[in-house]
Write a protein that binds this ligand. Sequence first.
Ligand SMILES: [Zn+2]
Ligand SMILES: [Zn+2]
Length: 284
Amino acid sequence: MERIKGLSNFHTHCGLDDGVGTMEEYVLSALSKGFGALGFSCHAPGSLEDQWHMDKKDFPYYLEEIDRLRTLYRDRLEIYVGLELDYLEDTEELVGSEYRDQLDYTIASVHLMRHTKSGTYLSIDGPVVEFEALLQDNFRGDIQKFATHYFTLQERMIAQHNFDLLGHCDLMKKLNTDNKYFDPNSTWYRKAASHLLKVASKHNVRIEVNTGGISRGATTEPYPSMDMLSECSELGIPVTLSSDAHQSSHIDFYFSQADDQLVQVGYRNLDVLQHGMWQTVSIV
Ligand SMILES: [Zn+2]
Ligand SMILES: [Zn+2]
């Protein structure tokens, strides 16, 4: 088995969505850090037209530019094109799935819930006014119902769709600094999180260990938490390591610590895209 240590990242944004900088800046950063592979995963264009999803008109350029960079740096770096797709709870669509044929891989994420009062989709990972509106108006302030619903939505997405990576599966904790809203050790929370992991395992889902919450100063640990990661290991769930980079200097953010944490909970391998296929590589 080939050995690799933190030298790839398949969750990368850029200036075409809510990241900053050109794609070439991320490629150059990857080269400077000795990466073997880099994948781009902008927020998919589609029915969601807002500040953080890629504009539909930019998608052809996204493909062309990645193709240009892939050719330009082909001797030094494998470059892959993906998208981060959003699950919508009322239509049950995975936004961006229609681009699947033009992509090397997809990340499926739940960021949004339908706000019953306004009829619009609001984010669970900020701004905080959106989180609060969902909590108060959809769940009458009941954080247990809110968080449990978040995990349930991911279970529905897993049952209904195919994708390569499940994105930041406990994103619900992003605004929970100092356990402001809930205690992640409470029985109900652990049960809901554990149920998701069992469903993921049953459907052979690959989960990402995502350090993006730390680089943004929102969390002190990756998604998923060490408790969840430990259970992932017990269930034999394959994982990737990604940084959810929104700036080029973050493409390997917290990777060495996350590698150590993976080993600590029992992982010996990571999944990476290599030579056009998902492959298992050793991290020890
Ligand atoms: Zn995301
Ligand atoms: Zn992302």
